[in-house]
Design a protein around this ligand. Structure first.
Ligand code: AMP
Length: 444
């Protein structure tokens, strides 16, 4: 066993001890256990121990400031707030181990995940044991996990992607994991030699592709590359295929429902599509048009936002579908295509503009790596379409090119060139920050 290895047997032993430690600290079923810690195996142990004692796991992004954390603690009222996972685990060494989990039913709460909330107050999505189990089993099956797999884990574990999606798939097969405290391309390149599956956000893939040491040979041991949490650019998908011969499997999910759709393991994976709804997921497009807000119902969909009955009611339809806030459409085969968040929709001169439509055109232009299209306040139009572009080019010529392909009201009025776009920890472009940055572009 290489140094630094933890067997599943050892994990089980430690988790039992930590569960005993939680009980000794007064944690009872239904209590919240909040964590804001560095990624570590100990943090995973605390997660499992929390579930084992019937408590509710509440992970917090490391990037949150003290005042943000204060809001979550006030809102969730956890019994414990852990900021040093190895320290907590060391303390639990002397506890009386809990041998068997405290039984829970499918409708019992397992975790609260606070949404990243770029507008308004962050909401705590309440996920039950039934939600997590259903999704884990569906993904394990859909992605063909087996004990022969080795998962390369480089994602953060305060978010559903690294916490539930990745960990549960490995755990259900008792598959080994190569554990990285964060994404580091050199470490990932090393890990790929022994791994079979990696789950990542789009920036993992662009960073790997930016490294010339990432070659077809390096990826030869791999069975599957999964991507999600933010849209994968078709150019990244194509370049990855060229470089490695692997086709990235893109899937779509959110804190409120874990994974909702996935491209197939067997069968065509299409660039720009997030694939088909998972078995048991009922997905429809609201609003009566071809493109509209995606609404879902299914075994992994959360039941409510923590202590926000009104918000919860607003985000479910009368017939029980959760209104995701993502705009998309389904094609004749049933594949789902996402065109962005409803709140990023631009209304210019009374016309609806879907940013994605313009972004796809800009991304095709020479010297453009990636673009983000936003609405900026404008005295005549209400909002004016503007583009923020990683790359270079002639602004006037690029606007003219957009005009040649789009209705005039959709073409950007301005294009701003930048070295990089603001992103959150999951690689999502933070359009709210861009809107703030360019707010004074068209003074009234
Ligand atoms: P979060 O709750 O932080 O996981 O964010 C969920 C949101 O991420 C979704 O509502 C989507 O807007 C976005 N998202 C996740 N996966 C994808 C994907 N494959 N393509 C486009 N957007 C995605």
């Amino acid at each position: 066993m290489p140094e630094g290895t933890i067997t599943y047997g050892q994990l089980r032993g430690s988790v039992s001890k930590i569960a005993g430690g939680l009980i000794a600290k007064g944690v009872v079923p239904g209590d919240r256990v909040a964590l804001q810690v560095e990624k570590s195996p100990e943090a995973v142990m605390i997660y499992l121990a929390t579930l084992m004692v019937g408590a509710v796991f509440l992970p917090l992004n490391n990037a949150y400031t003290t005042s943000e954390v204060a809001y979550f603690l006030k809102d969730a009222e956890p019994r414990l707030f852990i900021q040093d996972a190895p320290g907590f685990v060391a303390d639990a060494e002397t506890a009386v181990a809990l041998d068997e989990p405290i039984p829970r039913s499918a409708s019992d709460l397992a975790s609260i995940i606070y949404t990243s909330g770029t507008t308004g107050r962050s909401k705590g999505a309440m996920l039950t044991h039934g939600n997590l189990a259903a999704n884990a089993l569906a993904l394990h099956e859909a992605w063909g996990f087996s004990p022969k797999d080795v998962l390369l884990h480089a994602l953060p574990i305060f978010h559903v992607h690294g916490l539930f999606v990745a960990l549960h798939c490995a755990f259900l097969s008792g598959a080994p994991m190569i554990w990285l405290s964060k994404f580091d391309d050199a470490q990932v390149l090393k890990g790929l030699a022994d791994a079979t599956v990696m789950m990542g956000v789009p920036t993992f893939y662009t960073r790997l592709l930016a490294n010339p040491a990432f070659t077809r040979d390096r990826a030869a041991h791999m069975r599957l590359f999964v991507c999600g949490s933010a849209p994968l650019l078709p150019s990244t998908f194509a370049e990855f295929q060229d470089r490695t011969g692997h086709t990235i499997l893109e899937r779509y999910g959110m804190s409120e429902a874990v994974i909702i759709t996935t491209n197939p393991l067997d069968g065509a994976r299409l660039a720009g599509s997030v694939g088909f709804p998972l078995p048991g997921v009922d997905l429809r497009i609201g609003g009566g048009e071809e493109t509209g807000v995606i609404e879902i119902k299914g075994p992994s969909v959360f039941s409510a936002y923590w202590r926000m009955p009104e918000k919860t009611a607003e985000e479910f339809t009368a017939d029980g579908y959760f209104i995701t806030g993502d705009v998309g459409r389904r094609d004749a085969d049933g594949r789902v295509w996402i065109s962005g968040r409803a709140k990023d929709l631009i209304i210019s001169g009374g016309f609806n503009v879907y940013p994605k439509e313009i972004e796809l055109i800009l991304d095709e232009m020479e010297d453009v790596t990636e673009s983000a299209v936003i609405g900026v306040p404008h005295p005549d139009f209400g909002e004016a379409v503007c583009a923020v572009v990683i790359g270079a080019g002639d602004e006037t010529a690029m606007i003219a090119k957009c005009r040649a392909q789009l209705a005039a009201f959709k073409a950007p009025k301005r294009i701003f060139f930048v070295d990089d776009l603001p992103r959150n920890a999951m690689g999502k472009v933070q359009k709210n920050l861009l809107r703030e940055r360019y707010i004074g572009t068209f003074p009234s």
